[in-house]
Design a protein around this ligand. Structure first.
Ligand SMILES: Nc1nc2c(c(=O)[nH]1)N[C@H]1C(S)=C(S)[C@@H](COP(=O)(O)O)O[C@H]1N2
Ligand SMILES: [Mo]
Length: 240
């Protein structure tokens, strides 16, 4: 393995937002602010070409979290584009496949045996609302490591039981606070919020955070279909 020291690619943008006084304001401004940011810093937020091995060996810096006292118990507004799927937790399997040496089919029990990570973060919906939520689940990076990704992996697709689909850059997917969550505010996740398993991360807008995830596919290239909202014109990277 040819390992080089990877710079923290998110840092310049965070510094920019802090310096410009825009940090924390962006979520209030909704979609327009995002396109302004795109114009100003858009290129800076695209991930550098970091190898999957380097990202697994050198975790990125975590984003500061909120204290538990900041949780807004009813803050998260259910936002589902279509019909809410009903998944029998006993029948549920999470498939991890694609460019991996060890494809996986995991039960909910398998997933809940893995180390539980809890984080209190802000969920930001592009429609102009935000909420501080606590999520509990497993780190996506631990799942990806178990599947043994091939060196050419650069992107990751998420398929959901309601037909929703998403794609992320591998650096964001392997961020230590990108979780496959099965708890919200210390309770089992509700069906409306994505049970049995959903994405949760402080580094991406709400629409990147797929609910009812049943399949995770690692790929080398971004495909023609990028995501349910992205394919209707929403920004793909959607970083916070
Ligand atoms: N499968 C699926 N995941 C989804 C969505 C959806 O419609 N289907 N909506 C997204 C949007 S736009 C947001 S803001 C969050 C909302 O999560 P919540 O419904 O748990 O509040 O889920 C995201 N994940
Ligand atoms: Mo959203």
């Amino acid at each position: 393995m040819n390992l080089i020291q990877i710079p923290q690619y998110r840092l310049p943008r965070r510094q920019f937002l802090q310096m410009s006084g825009l940090s924390g304001m962006s979520f209030l401004l909704g979609g327009c602010a995002l396109s302004v940011f795109e114009g100003v810093v858009g290129k800076a937020v695209e991930p550098l070409n970091q190898s999957v091995e380097a990202l697994l060996l050198n975790p990125q810096k975590p984003v500061p979290e909120f204290p538990k006292s900041a949780i807004e118990p009813n803050g998260l507004i259910v936002n589902t584009y279509g019909i809410t799927p009903k998944i029998d937790p006993k029948m549920f399997r999470l498939i991890i496949d694609g460019e991996v040496n060890n494809p996986l089919s995991l039960s909910l029990n398998d997933i809940q045996q893995m180390p539980l990570t809890s984080m209190t973060i802000r969920h930001v919906c592009v429609e102009g609302w935000a909420a501080i939520v606590q999520w509990g689940g497993i780190r996506l990076r631990d799942l990806v490591a178990l599947a043994q990704p091939k060196a050419n992996v650069g992107y990751i697709y998420f398929k959901s039981a309601d037909g929703y689909y998403e794609s992320w850059d591998i650096a964001s997917a392997l961020h230590p606070q990108t979780l496959m969550a099965y708890q919200k505010n210390s309770q089992p996740l509700s069906i409306d919020n994505g049970a049995p398993l959903r994405l949760a991360s402080p580094i991406k807008l709400g629409y990147k955070q797929s609910k009812w995830v049943t399949q995770i596919t690692l790929v080398s290239q971004l495909q023609r279909f990028k995501g349910y909202w992205e394919d209707q014109g929403y920004e793909w990277f959607a970083g916070l």
